[in-house]
Design a binder for this molecule. Structure first.
Ligand SMILES: Nc1ncnc2c1ncn2[C@@H]1O[C@H](COP(=O)(O)OP(=O)(O)OP(=O)(O)O)[C@@H](O)[C@H]1O
Length: 325
């Protein structure tokens, strides 16, 4: 404990089935630590369990087992403190149509007991580019505007942790950029940011650390650059007939390690796809190739499985354009 913004251990959630539908195990015992000051991405396909995890942290969903701490406060033992330290921007654009953005923020501040002298309604409205809509009915706002109003609403009590659940759904490119500018600004001022997304590109652009969630489990959690390197790399294992006591000189230019006297593992970049060159070098060194295999747990495969996209930005798997919700 101590320095984590969020610390989750063995977190489990079972949604009870109703009317004959079976129970749903949405979180299978998740362990996850999100450091203070980080910009953390929870990446996973629809139904992976991201919202469930966030809603448990926000006190909106009851967990079935495990523990969770927000800024050091246990959500069971110190629910008020835990809630005071987190702001959540929900996935759904739910708000009362007949309140204005100014009223929405004022009411939220009231709910969190923020004294009038400490309220930052105008500042927040300006930050999310809604100052000129301050007194318009919420129902007249576009989807992107509502999303930004929800970001401001999550920040009224100035929490050290801001969680955004699928924040770019329904937000067009320009407004998305404005949203990110504001989120980056908050991060620069010290707010820990957690965002869920099913777009690798989005997590890659914004987050310093990414955890991949699938089927209620954390598949991996590591610094973004490290993860991207792994995604780009593939390991091939070459089995040679002749016993080796070191890496053959011909492979000196590659990232190669000896697994045992007959098996050489070589990391290659997927993009440059130089398998042929590696094999040619092995053969040119006079070695007889007996077998070749590739690493089964390659992350690229996991990603393809998770996101249905290679994550190279070339597909049309981009967030949808803004729609009036
Ligand atoms: N209230 C509920 N009752 C029953 N099952 C639920 C409920 N909420 C979520 N689930 C199920 O739990 C699993 C995890 O859902 P969750 O919404 O947490 O995933 P997610 O990763 O956030 O996906 P999405 O981005 O679509 O929200 C899914 O199979 C979902 O159908």
């Amino acid at each position: 404990m101590g320095d984590a913004a969020i610390e989750i251990t063995g977190l489990k959630k079972v949604y009870k089935g109703r009317g004959g539908t079976p129970d749903k195990l949405a979180l299978k015992g998740v362990d996850l630590t999100i450091p203070r000051g980080s910009m953390y991405g929870l990446l996973g396909p629809n139904g992976a369990g991201k919202s469930t995890m966030i809603n448990i942290l926000a006190g909106l969903v009851n967990k079935t087992g495990g523990t969770a701490r927000v800024w050091g406060f246990d959500i069971d033992k110190n629910p008020r403190n835990a809630r005071a330290n987190i702001g959540v921007v929900p996935q759904e654009l739910i708000m009362d149509a007949f309140f204005t953005p100014r009223e929405v923020l004022e009411m939220q501040a009231g709910m969190y007991g923020v004294p009038a002298s400490d309220r930052r309604t105008d500042e927040l409205l300006r930050a999310v580019h809604l100052f000129d809509k301050a007194d318009a009915y919420a129902r007249t706002l576009s989807g992107g505007m509502k999303r930004r109003l929800l970001v401001a609403k999550a920040m009224v009590h100035n929490p050290p942790v801001l969680v955004l659940d699928e924040p770019t759904a329904g937000v067009d490119i320009e407004l998305r950029q404005q949203l990110w500018d504001y989120v980056r600004e908050l991060h620069a001022r010290g707010t820990t940011i957690v965002l869920t997304t099913h777009y690798l590109e989005e997590a890659e652009e914004l987050c310093d650390t990414i955890a991949i969630i699938n089927h209620g489990e954390v598949v991996c959690a590591e610094p973004t650059d490290q993860l991207l390197r792994r995604i780009d790399e593939k390991e091939i294992v070459i089995e040679v007939a002749e016993a080796q006591d070191g890496i053959p000189a011909a492979l000196a230019g590659y990232h190669a390690v000896l697994k045992d006297s007959h098996r050489i593992a070589v990391q290659i970049s997927q993009q440059s796809a130089n398998v042929g060159a590696v094999l040619a070098a092995v053969q040119a060194a006079g070695l007889t190739i007996r077998d070749i295999s590739t690493d089964e747990t390659d992350l690229e495969d996991i990603f393809l499985q998770l996101t249905g996209s290679a994550g190279d930005g070339s597909s049309d798997d981009s967030p949808p354009a803004e729609t009036a919700a």
